[in-house]
Design a protein around this ligand. Structure first.
Ligand code: FAD
Length: 510
């Protein structure tokens, strides 16, 4: 760094009304998040209002120092870690509701949003299983999703508008700002669409593929990981909170059986189809059969997916891309009264057992097992052999029809590199979280393992990340994902919003 840190601090202190802190304790605290990375920032600013954010970015541009926004710090790929200035957006935590329309400031936690929506019988569909701690800003920046994304989509499907400060200090509202929109449309026209993944969830790169007209220009910002702008607020759509949920927990003898049933189950219209493997189910004391190797959690929420919801259903995209037809009339999801057991049993022909879970408390208890999967997988390491759980291959999303092939690749990697893998996740979207467990002395193989796995994913038409983002873990693979022509368009969009390259540098583009 060529500038003096104390001069930068003095400039920031005189420019903003919020806190400016470069104490050792603050720098340590903000040097980590929920990932395994660590980068110590220089200065932390906790802005009070939009003027503060504009001032910080203006000063940062003058000094040429990085600015990285931070929400709850629950990201799994080091997205909120960087040198320079960290902007903690926690004071931007106001949320308003009008009918189904949510106007949320970016620092609003998912928990606060839930509390606001509950009395009106509503919910916001994207639900990262970290629960109440992540923020709207982090969810926008990562294009976050969760178990209900099979029915309601990811953030990109549920957000109508965004307001942000770009790298020049300009306040931009999309899709309203048509001058900016024209530029985005122009850049989006130049993409090589065939190189974008054909999956229902994609958090890699810039989502220029989702920009199809002036009304969708804001989608470029969703999943941009704080590299194009710092979110101030967003307009989002709520959906009805289901009143009569039913959860089925299905036991399977093998992953191959799960894969062969998946599309038939999706066709019955569930809100969620989630998977956990033998390691995760080993933590649940629920009396499973000894031969059970993995489980599916299939939830129906009894709401119709037309009329009453504004979010797109991604299930039809999944079925379309697999050439597997549409959701059937009379599917369980459309009408919970119509013999649900018979319909789900017929779809899940390879399951060895089916449990019906009803009642809010019992359903919540079972989802607690699924949501603890990351925790269960991290406790599965063996301290004696100094095992590590690197993040790189943890979030690929592939066409559902390719699931058997994906599990085959993992088996080959485990054999070749003497690793173990624990798998769980949003299997209905083809989004599998893989915890690769690697002995310390085999960590040198990691680049080879990552290249082998991620190349296979890309070759299947998949995305290297379905919901967690590129961050420090996967930015170097974005080029392979999209190819040279799309990278040029990504560079153009980056230069347009952040000509000095100060916003969260090193993420998405190297
Ligand atoms: C146990 C566990 C389970 C999880 N399960 C899921 C899951 O099911 N689905 C899922 O999608 N994710 C999941 N995650 C990942 C993570 O929770 C989400 O990505 C979450 O949305 C991050 O929000 P955050 O506020 O913590 O963001 P942070 O970690 O603070 O930041 C994440 C990224 O967002 C950027 N950012 C934050 N605020 C802003 C802003 N105002 N403007 C611009 N950029 C901003 C940061 O710079 C960074 O790049 C899980 C994480 C954990 C630890």
């Amino acid at each position: 760094m060529t500038y003096s840190m104390s001069r930068l601090q003095r400039r920031l202190e005189s420019a903003v009304s919020g806190e400016v802190d470069s104490s050792q304790a603050f720098r340590e605290y903000y040097s980590v998040d929920a990932s395994s990375y660590r980068i110590r920032p220089g200065i932390i600013v906790i802005p009070r209002d939009t003027d503060d954010v504009v001032a910080v970015i203006t000063v940062a541009a003058e000094f040429g120092t990085p600015v990285t926004a931070r929400g709850g710090g629950t990201g799994l790929v080091g997205g909120a870690l960087n040198r320079g200035i960290i902007l903690d957006m926690k004071r931007f935590d106001h949320v308003e509701l009008s009918g189904y329309d949510i106007a949320a400031m970016s620092g609003t936690t998912r928990g606060k949003l839930d509390d606001k929506l509950k009395p009106s019988g509503l919910l916001f569909a994207p639900n990262p299983s970290v629960g109440p701690f992540c923020t709207v800003g982090g969810m926008l920046a990562n294009n976050s999703a969760g178990s209900k994304s099979l029915k309601y989509g990811s953030m990109i499907d549920c957000v109508q508008s965004v307001t942000f400060i770009d790298g020049t200090g300009r306040i931009v509202s999309l899709p309203d700002d048509h001058d900016v929109g024209e530029k985005i449309l122009d850049i989006a026209c130049g993409i090589e669409r065939e190189r974008f993944p054909t999956v229902s969830k994609n958090s890699s790169g810039y989502r220029l593929d989702a920009v199809v007209d002036m009304d969708s220009t804001h989608k470029t910002l969703i999943g941009s990981e704080g590299t194009l702008g710092v979110f101030i607020s967003a307009g989002m759509k709520a959906v009805d909170r289901p009143k009569d949920r039913i959860l089925y927990v299905l036991e399977y003898g093998s992953v191959t059986d799960v894969a062969s049933d998946c599309l038939d189950i999706i066709r019955t219209g569930p809100a969620a189809v989630e998977f956990v493997d033998s390691t995760i189910l080993g933590h649940m004391e629920e009396g499973f059969d000894a031969k059970t190797d993995c489980l599916l959690f299939v939830e129906y929420d009894g709401l119709d997916s037309s009329g009453r919801h504004s979010c797109n259903t991604s299930a039809s995209r999944i079925l379309d891309s697999a050439g597997a037809g549409r959701c059937k009339n009379g599917a369980v999801g459309d009408s919970l009264g119509s013999e649900p057991e018979r319909i789900i049993s017929r779809a899940a022909h390879s399951a060895t057992s089916l449990r019906r879970i009803t009642g809010e408390n019992e359903i919540t208890r079972w989802w607690g097992h699924r949501d603890a999967s990351l925790h269960y997988s991290l406790t599965a390491t063996n301290e004696d052999t100094e095992e590590r759980v690197p993040h790189i291959i943890e979030d690929a999303s592939i066409p559902v029809i390719r699931l058997p092939a994906l599990f085959d690749v993992l088996a080959k990697i485990n054999y070749k590199y003497k690793t173990r893998t624990i798998t769980y996740g949003h299997v209905g979207n083809g989004n599998i979280h893989v915890r690769l467990i690697c002995k310390k002395d085999r960590m040198k193989d990691l680049p080879e393992i990552a290249a082998e796995y991620l190349e296979t994913v890309i070759g299947m038409g998949g995305s290297i990340t379905g919901e967690h983002g590129d961050g420090l873990a996967r930015t170097k693979y974005v080029k392979n994902q999209y190819g040279a022509r799309n990278i040029r368009q990504f560079e153009k969009i980056k230069r347009f919003f952040d000509p000095a390259g100060i916003l969260n540098p090193g993420k998405i583009l190297e």
